[in-house]
Design a protein around this ligand. Structure first.
Ligand code: PLP
Length: 452
């Protein structure tokens, strides 16, 4: 930080303040973690200065032998860890990994000369006629993914993301009675819609997904099964999700981030069968810029860490902690989507506390508990205010907290939310954004949170 301070002290201050914030509050955002010093150091070095378009041993730049070493190592660790036939470790983020996967499946599956050319050429080489044909073809391609309010992700065919513009999209959701994926309804939609790609995976679904069943449905309708395991990759790596629940055994293509439960650097990755490998490897330059060699080095370190026995214990503790947190909340009267959890996350329906997700998120932040608001199924408050708060245990488990501390955290959350009420608008109605949090409650919760 001293070297940074000598050039731009405000950045050095911000780095210091960020460490303070992350230490002083309880990080319960389900998609965050703490990467190890080895991972952080592998990222902060001279690999950052190197260009390396292409793949291992086949680069468009000279002098890539060290990049080849780290990219090959990261891919090898990924294949071994997950039992995958092929791994592509260049994606810069989870969204990028999904784009690579979509283009790979399109170029493999769609009988379109234009798409084929797009898959094998640089985008700049496509003619106007190619683009016109591509647009016609893409308009016809169908994608079936989990609805946003059931826990799906924006990249699974929703409007704010290019996937929602590329594909003709439909969603499947959860059964309102159980909060679980309704596989019968999903099968019926798939039979009728006949998607090219069936996407499984989620950002806010607190239960297990049966990927064997998903593959059966995909095969029945001729779809490629793509699983986005961004959230739960650490649980797959740690062998908590096995058999029917291990996506790599069942899907043709699996995407992930590397920075959530997997505890690596901020980035993405694609795992696939050998048939898809050549299409996936064209991710750069089709949809990605030059590989971030320094991040690939850190991915190699993180994946090596995840192959150690300690990581299995970590992954199991993440799930045990989530269950303890859910049980603690339920005992105190909270309402949880699906009534509990089987994975690393819990979704609290905060309407039971008379609050919107936005108010609950802000009141918890004031009290030193960092969470994020999230829609619940059929959310009456929409995606901005929401009625839910999502919490997850990967980060606090890395800090060494166990089930006893989870009960204390359940108490902190419940106490803060009980001490909060919606403010009243000028028209006399309850506000969806403003809130009143009892200052004594706030200070007491913040102190207990800092002590943990
Ligand atoms: N896929 C899922 C399921 C996610 O939850 C997320 C991140 O929230 C992403 C993809 C996108 O990851 P990134 O932010 O690295 O692009």
């Amino acid at each position: 930080v001293d070297a940074v301070r000598a050039v731009e002290p405000r950045v050095a201050d911000a780095i210091g303040a960020e460490i303070q914030d992350q230490r002083a509050s309880l990080k319960l955002i389900a998609s965050e973690n703490y990467a190890s010093p080895a991972v952080l150091l592998a990222m902060g070095n001279w690999f950052s200065d190197k260009y390396a378009e292409g793949t291992v041993g086949r680069r468009f730049y000279a002098g890539c032998r060290n990049v080849d070493t780290v990219e090959a190592l990261a891919a090898e660790h990924a294949r071994e860890l997950f039992g995958a036939e092929h791994a592509y470790v260049q994606p810069h983020s989870g969204i990028d990994a999904n784009l690579v996967a979509f283009w790979a499946v399109l170029s493999q599956r769609v009988e379109s000369p234009a798409l084929h050319r797009a898959g094998v050429r640089q985008v700049n080489d496509l003619t106007d006629e190619d683009w016109a044909e591509l647009r016609r073809e893409l308009g016809n391609q169908r994608l079936l993914g989990m609805s946003l309010d059931s826990g799906g992700h924006l990249t699974h065919g929703f409007r704010p993301n290019i996937s929602g513009k590329m594909f003709d999209q439909r969603s499947y959701g959860t059964d309102p009675a159980t909060g679980l994926v309704d596989y019968d309804a999903l099968r019926a939609t798939a039979r009728e819609f006949r998607p090219l790609i069936l996407v499984a995976g989620y950002s806010a679904y607190p239960r297990l997904v049966n990927f064997r069943l998903m593959r059966e449905i995909a095969d029945e309708v001729g779809a490629t099964l793509m699983v986005d395991m961004a959230h739960f990759a650490g649980l797959v790596a740690g062998k908590v999700l096995t058999g029917d629940f291990d996506p790599v055994q069942h899907a043709q293509i699996v995407t992930t981030t590397t920075h959530k439960s997997l505890r690596g650097p901020r980035g993405g990755m694609v795992l696939c069968t050998s048939e898809l490998a050549e299409h996936v490897d064209r991710g750069c330059p089709m949809v990605l810029g030059g590989p971030l060699s320094h991040v690939m080095a850190a991915k190699a370190v993180a994946l090596a860490e995840a192959r150690r026995p300690e990581f299995r214990a970590y992954a199991q503790q993440v799930v045990d902690n989530a269950r303890a947190l859910a049980d603690g909340l339920l005992r105190r009267g909270a309402t949880l989507v699906s009534g509990g959890t089987d994975n690393h996350l819990v979704l609290i329906d905060v309407s039971g506390y008379g609050l919107t997700g936005r108010q609950a998120e802000a009141a918890l932040l004031d009290s030193g508990v960092v969470t994020n608001r999230n829609s619940v199924p059929n959310d009456p408050n929409g995606a901005w205010y929401t009625s839910g708060v999502r919490i997850g245990t990967p980060a606090l488990t890395t800090r060494g907290l166990g089930t006893a501390e989870m009960d204390e955290i359940a108490d902190l959350i419940d106490t803060a939310l009980r001490g909060t009420a919606p403010a009243t608008t000028a028209a006399g109605a309850p506000s969806k954004a403003q809130y009143v949090l009892d200052a004594q409650v706030r200070d007491a919760v913040a102190k207990r949170a800092a002590d943990l």
